[in-house]
Design a protein around this ligand. Structure first.
Ligand code: K7E
Ligand code: CUA
Ligand code: CA
Length: 646
C-alpha cells in the first residue's frame, strides 16, 4: 500500500543531504489516499510563509527587475492557453504578466458573446430535438495546440470536457470554438494530445490527429447492468480537420494523460488502474501500473484491413489493443511499459527522446526511451520494461513535468507543495549505477499543492526555458479572503537561471488544470472577420427588413455605429422570430451587442461578423432592443424597437 521506500534515496543537491524526515513520515503514513496526504501536508505548513522561495535566494521579485511586472501599454511576450475548468471555456492569458485577456467559450453558454444563445454557437455545441442545448455543464482539463515541425503552428487548439466526453476545437486565427465532437463509448475523457507529424508520410510534418484517453472504464456495450462483464477503456483518435473519430483502441486498464512522439509514430497514455478496479482500494492494489504505447501506423493498417469491431450504435472502428492480443512485438498494436503505482502525467521531452511518467503515489519519475519502445515493436528488445532508462526519486506526489530545453525537467510534487528541477541525463546516469550523479538541481516551495505545470514552449522543440507556470490547487492565504471558495493560485517562476525564482501569484477561477505557454509571434490573429465567412450575412443595409412565412418571421438587420439598420420592426405574439444581424463596421475593436428585453436574448457581433438568434415573440408591447457593447459616444442611443402585436 505504501510507496517504494526501499529505493535508494538520492542525495539532494540543494541541501547536500538525504531528504528530511518529514518526507519519510508522509511516505509511510499519508499515502493510503491522496486526500489524507493533503491534510498531513497542510498541517505541517506554517500558516503564512511570506516568500515561497525557500530554496532559492535570488529575489528577482523584490527589486525592480521582475519581468512579470509590465508597464502600462507593454505587451506580453507569451500567450498562455488555460483550460477553464467548470466554466467549460479556454482562457487566454498574457505572460509573464498573468493578465487574463479573453475567455473562449466552448462547452458552456457564455453571456458576453451569446455563446449558446446564437444559432451558430448552438449548432456547434449540439442541441436536443426541441432546439435547447444538449449540455450546459462541462469540466475542461487539458488544452493543447496543433504542431508543425515540432513547434506550435497557430492553427488550432483543443480542449476536453471530461463530464460529457467531448473535445472542442478552437480556431486560433479568430480565437473561437468551431467544432465539438462527442466520443462514443467513452466516460471520463481526460488526457488529450495532438500528434506532431504523420507516422508514415514524411511530407505531413504537422498535426492531423488528436488522441484522447478515457479515464473511466465502462462495460462495453454499456447495457446498464452491474454484471461481471469486464469494464473497458477506449483510446480514441480524432481527425484534426474533420473532428470525426477515426478509430478507437480497446485496452487493458484505463487511460489518463496522453503524450505523443515527435516522429508521429507513438502515442501513449498513463494508466493508474491496470487492476481494472471499480473501487479506489482496488485501483491501488498493484505495485506497478503502466504506460501503454500505441503504434499508430499499425493501428491504422489494422483498421484499413478491417480488423476491428464496433460497439452499440457507434460506427467508429475499435481495434483490439489489449495485452493478450498484442503479445507478439512484430504485430503488436500496443506495448505496456510498467510504471510504479498509480502514475499521473506523461510528458514528452523536447529533445524528442523520452516520455516521462510522474509517479503520483510513488515518489518517482520514470523515464522511458522512445527509441527502445520502437525497438520492442521491431522485436529487438526482449521486454517492454527494458525501455525504462531511469526511475528516480523526486519527492512526494509527482504529477506533471515541464522542460527548459536545456536537459532539465520540472516536476510538480503535489504532497510536498514543491516544484523539483532535475536533470534527465543525470537521472539516467544515476539509474545506471552512477550514485554520484546529482540529478536534483533545485527545489522551490509553491503555494500550495501544485497539479499541472508548464514551461514556456515546454513540449515543443523550441522549449526556451524562460518561464514556468504552476497551477496550485490550493491558494489558502495568498489572496484576500472571499468566503469559503478560494481561487486557484497560478504561480509564475523564472527558470532562466540555475535556481528557480518565484515571480508572481495570479488568482484564477477554478479550476484550470492544464495550460500551454507559447511565444506570441507564433500567432497572427485576425481582428476583423470577412463577411463571406458567414453564409447568412446581410451585406448591405438595403437588405434589411422583415419577411414572414406563416408564423415564422425573418428579421434581417445590420449594425453600423451608432445605429441599427432597422429603427423598428413589427412581429406578432407567438411568432418564431429569427433575427440575423451583421456588423458592417470594419474598424478593429468595434463590436456591437444586441439585447431583447424579456426574451432572454443578448449576443455580440464583432467587426464584419454575422450572428443570428431565434426566439418566440412574447406578450404584445414595445421592446427596446439595444446595443450592449460600448461602441460609440452614442452607444446608449443605439437602439431599435421591436413591436409585438397581439
Ligand atoms: Cu493532473 Cu485532469 Cu491534467 Cu488536473 S489532471 S492537475
Ligand atoms: Cu453599438 Cu454599442
Ligand atoms: Ca493502480
Amino acid at each position: 500500500m505504501t510507496v517504494d521506500t526501499s529505493r535508494p534515496q538520492a542525495p539532494d543537491e540543494t541541501t547536500g543531504a538525504v531528504a528530511p524526515s518529514r518526507r519519510r513520515f508522509i511516505n509511510s503514513a499519508a499515502l493510503a489516499g491522496l486526500g489524507l496526504g493533503v491534510v498531513a501536508c497542510s498541517e505541517s505548513k506554517p500558516a503564512a510563509p511570506a516568500a515561497g522561495a525557500a530554496a532559492s535566494t535570488a529575489p528577482a521579485a523584490a527589486h525592480g527587475g521582475n519581468p512579470g511586472h509590465l508597464k502600462p501599454g507593454e505587451l506580453d511576450s507569451y500567450y498562455g492557453l488555460w483550460s477553464g475548468g467548470h466554466t467549460g471555456d479556454v482562457r487566454v492569458l498574457g505572460l509573464p504578466s498573468g493578465r487574463e485577456i479573453l475567455r473562449i467559450p466552448c462547452f458552456n453558454p457564455d453571456a458576453l458573446v451569446g455563446w449558446g444563445h446564437t444559432n451558430e454557437s448552438k449548432k456547434i455545441m449540439g442541441t436536443k430535438a426541441d432546439g435547447t442545448l444538449r449540455y450546459t455543464v462541462a469540466d475542461t482539463h487539458h488544452t493543447h495546440a496543433s504542431y508543425k515541425d515540432g513547434n506550435y503552428d497557430g492553427r488550432y487548439a483543443w480542449v476536453n470536457d471530461k463530464i460529457n466526453s467531448r473535445i472542442a476545437r478552437i480556431r486560433l486565427d479568430y480565437f473561437v470554438c468551431d467544432k465539438i465532437t462527442q466520443l462514443p463509448n467513452v466516460q471520463g475523457f481526460h488526457g488529450i494530445f495532438p500528434d506532431k507529424r504523420d507516422p508514415v508520410d514524411a511530407a505531413i510534418n504537422y498535426t492531423t490527429r488528436v488522441f484522447c484517453g478515457a479515464e473511466f472504464s465502462i462495460p462495453l456495450p454499456n447495457t446498464g447492468t452491474l454484471d461481471d462483464k469486464k469494464y473497458r477503456s477506449l483510446f480514441s483518435c480524432v481527425d484534426a480537420e474533420t473532428m470525426e473519430v477515426r478509430w478507437q483502441a480497446m485496452i487493458d486498464g484505463n487511460c489518463d494523460l496522453v503524450a505523443t512522439s515527435y516522429d508521429g509514430k507513438l502515442a501513449a497514455t498513463n494508466q493508474y488502474n491496470t487492476e481494472m478496479g471499480a473501487k479506489y482500494e482496488d485501483m491501488m492494489s498493484a505495485e506497478r501500473d503502466a504506460c501503454v504505447f500505441f503504434h499508430i501506423a499499425r493501428i491504422e493498417a489494422a483498421v484499413k484491413a478491417g480488423k476491428f469491431k464496433t460497439f452499440g450504435s457507434s460506427k467508429v472502428p475499435v481495434v483490439d489493443a489489449t495485452r493478450e492480443a498484442n503479445a507478439d512485438p512484430k504485430t503488436a498494436l500496443s506495448a505496456y511499459v510498467s510504471v510504479p503505482k498509480n502514475p499521473h502525467g506523461v510528458n514528452a521531452s523536447p529533445d524528442q527522446k523520452y516520455f516521462i511518467c510522474a509517479g503520483k503515489l510513488s515518489p518517482t519519475a520514470t523515464v522511458i526511451e522512445l527509441a527502445k519502445v520502437l525497438d520492442w515493436f521491431e522485436g529487438k528488445l526482449e521486454k517492454t520494461d527494458a525501455a525504462i532508462v531511469a526511475e528516480v526519486e523526486l519527492g512526494l506526489g509527482p504529477l506533471h513535468t515541464g522542460f527548459d530545453g536545456r536537459g532539465n525537467a520540472f516536476t510538480t510534487l503535489f504532497l510536498d507543495s514543491q516544484v523539483v528541477k532535475w536533470n534527465v541525463e543525470k537521472a539516467i546516469a544515476f539509474h545506471k549505477g552512477d550514485k554520484t550523479a546529482k540529478y536534483v538541481v533545485d527545489r522551490i516551495d509553491v503555494q500550495y499543492q501544485p497539479g499541472h505545470l508548464n514551461a514556456s514552449q515546454s513540449e515543443t522543440v523550441a522549449a526556451d526555458g524562460k518561464y514556468l507556470a504552476v497551477g496550485c490547487k490550493f491558494s489558502k492565504d495568498r489572496f484576500l479572503p472571499v468566503g469559503p471558495l478560494h481561487p486557484e493560485n497560478e504561480q509564475l517562476i523564472d527558470i532562466s537561471g540555475e535556481k528557480m525564482v518565484l515571480m508572481a501569484d495570479h488568482p484564477v477561477r477554478g479550476e484550470p488544470h492544464d495550460f500551454i505557454i507559447f511565444k506570441r509571434d507564433l500567432l497572427k490573429p485576425k481582428q476583423v472577420y470577412a463577411l463571406d465567412d458567414f453564409p447568412h450575412a446581410v451585406k448591405d443595409p438595403k437588405e434589411s427588413g422583415v419577411t414572414r412565412n406563416g408564423k415564422k418571421v425573418l428579421v434581417k438587420m445590420t449594425s453600423q455605429a451608432p445605429a441599427f439598420s432597422l429603427r423598428e420592426f413589427t412581429v406578432k405574439k407567438g411568432d418564431e422570430v429569427t433575427l440575423i444581424l451583421t456588423n458592417l463596421d470594419k474598424v478593429e475593436d468595434l463590436t456591437h451587442g444586441f439585447a431583447v428585453p424579456g426574451h432572454n436574448i443578448n449576443f455580440i457581433v464583432n467587426p464584419q461578423e454575422t450572428a443570428s438568434v431565434t426566439f418566440t415573440a412574447g406578450e404584445p408591447g414595445v421592446y427596446w432592443c439595444y446595443c450592449t457593447h460600448f461602441c460609440h459616444a452614442l452607444h446608449l442611443e443605439m437602439r431599435t424597437r421591436m413591436v409585438v402585436e397581439a
